[in-house]
Design a binder for this molecule. Structure first.
Ligand code: C5P
Length: 447
């Protein structure tokens, strides 16, 4: 059982040692860790700061967000661990080797030190991500870096309250998740924090600890001791409350599809002529960068997990072509474009596909699978030309026969989400009325 103090980290955002020590003396009955950042470390020096804090028998989080070549980061982090740091953070975008080497060397120095990843800085938005050459949205990039940090053996991640639940799903129950951007309800000042969460909410949403700065150090109504005590008590009370159920990544993805309007409810006629109260317009996905990023990232992880052998990515025309193109870019396998009709210009011939080597393996990409007829047509065209197809991947499987039919053709169908998962999310929504929910239930009974 963790003690209540360990849920609270105080950010010592000050320049001098006496100021830092005064704050420690005022709050140490309620605070588990003290966070020292570049401001004080560059002013006073890491050995001096750590010695002073360790003399007071408190745990220290060295917030230096290291990022450099593996050897340099490893040595810098080992030095901080040697001086007694209890938590040290490094940038996940430094890459797998940097993280792995660093965590191994730091644990050899001190087995109890926690090495924590920083993912996407909360000051960066989607347009900043594009400027620095990231194809994914900031939210999806956090998911990607959380996975990388976990695979590298890091202990956890610093993330905003908004990302907490997804990061928990990705990194698991044992991960140590640190949440900044905390404001108690009694502190009206958000300062420069845009999205904030109360200590209580951070706890019930499953954080392991939280960083608080100005609500304790610069509050107008409470001195640091009182403010730290109030937050400590709020945390203690929240620890007795039940935790909020963590949504799965699929739940979050379905939420994004609903927000993007990719999933629609109403009265629709599907391509196969049947009626449906749900229409999934994945063609709309490219208009919504956040949901699109998530779809592409989820496809790459699904594919990596299944690990099918493939040389080329092939989209089923026309709806899936943009998704196939982006997936090809994300997983570094070139696209093989299938034409609906053979060409009657340029290199005229019977080919519906150009630019491939015989026997190459194609991973077929489709947006929605219902009966699977369009995927079968594409598989047959590829195979007719001597290409091999063993796997197909779809964003949504409407579970109306595609999987079984493709299996008979020797093609395994991977899907990101099923109609059932979408429907489960729709039932939980308040903006869908009971009559519609009932039509969906009736449809699911008969579909
Ligand atoms: O509570 P307050 O806003 O004063 O806390 C600020 C502290 O939390 C700073 O030390 C800052 O570096 C850190 N932090 C943050 N937001 C992040 C990551 C860290 O405010 N996303």
């Amino acid at each position: 059982m963790k003690n209540t103090k360990s849920y609270l980290i105080l950010a010592l955002d000050v320049k001098t040692l006496p100021e830092a020590i005064e704050l420690v003396e005022q709050t140490k009955d309620y605070v588990g860790y003290y966070k020292v950042g570049k401001e004080i470390l560059n002013s006073v020096g890491l050995p001096t700061v750590l010695r002073a804090l360790k003399e007071r028998d408190v745990a220290v989080f060295v917030d230096v967000k290291e990022a450099d070549i593996p050897n340099t980061v490893m040595n810098a982090v080992v030095a901080a661990a040697r001086h007694g740091a209890d938590i040290i953070n490094i940038h996940a975008f430094g890459g797998m080797e940097m993280m792995r080497k660093t965590v191994q060397a730091a644990k050899a120095e001190n087995p109890n030190v926690k090495i924590i990843a920083v993912s996407v800085l909360t000051s960066l938005g989607d347009s900043d991500m594009r400027d620095i050459g990231c194809m994914y949205s900031a939210e999806t990039e956090v998911w990607k870096l959380a996975k990388l940090a976990k695979d590298a053996g890091l202990d956890g991640l610093v993330c905003s309250a908004k990302e907490l639940q997804a990061v928990r799903q990705i990194m698991g129950e044992d991960a140590f998740i640190i949440t900044p951007g905390i404001r108690p309800a009694w502190d009206a000042k958000k300062n420069d924090q845009k999205r904030v969460m109360t200590p209580r909410d951070a706890i019930v949403n499953g954080t392991d600890t939280m960083v608080v700065g100005r609500s304790i150090t610069k509050n107008e109504e409470h001195n640091p001791t009182e403010a730290a005590k109030l937050i400590y008590e709020e945390i203690a009370a929240a620890l007795d409350e039940p935790k909020v159920e963590t949504p799965t990544l699929n739940d979050i993805f379905v939420e994004r599809l609903l927000e993007a309007g990719v999933v629609k409810t109403g009265d629709f006629t599907l391509k196969n002529g049947t009626k449906s109260p749900i229409y999934i317009n994945v063609r709309d996905l490219p208009r919504h960068h956040g949901a699109l990023s998530m779809a592409i990232y989820m496809m790459t992880t699904k594919i990596a997990k299944k690990n099918p052998e493939f040389d080329r990515v092939g989209g089923v025309p026309m709806g899936a072509l943009s998704i196939a193109n982006m997936l090809s870019f994300a997983c570094g396998k070139s696209i093989l474009t299938l034409r609906e009709q053979a060409k009657d210009h340029g290199l005229v011939g019977t080919k519906t596909v150009e630019g491939f080597e015989p026997e190459e393996k194609v991973l077929v990409i489709e947006d929605v699978a219902t009966s699977g007829g369009s995927i079968r047509e594409a598989v047959e065209k590829y195979r007719f030309l001597g290409l091999q197809v063993e796997n197909a991947c779809v964003v949504v499987d409407r579970q109306q026969g595609a999987e079984a039919m493709l299996k008979e053709l020797g093609v395994e169908l991977l899907s990101l989400i099923t109609l059932e998962e979408i429907v489960e999310a729709l039932y939980k929504r308040d903006d869908i009325d009971e009559t519609m929910k009932q039509s969906i239930r009736d449809y699911m009974m008969t579909a």
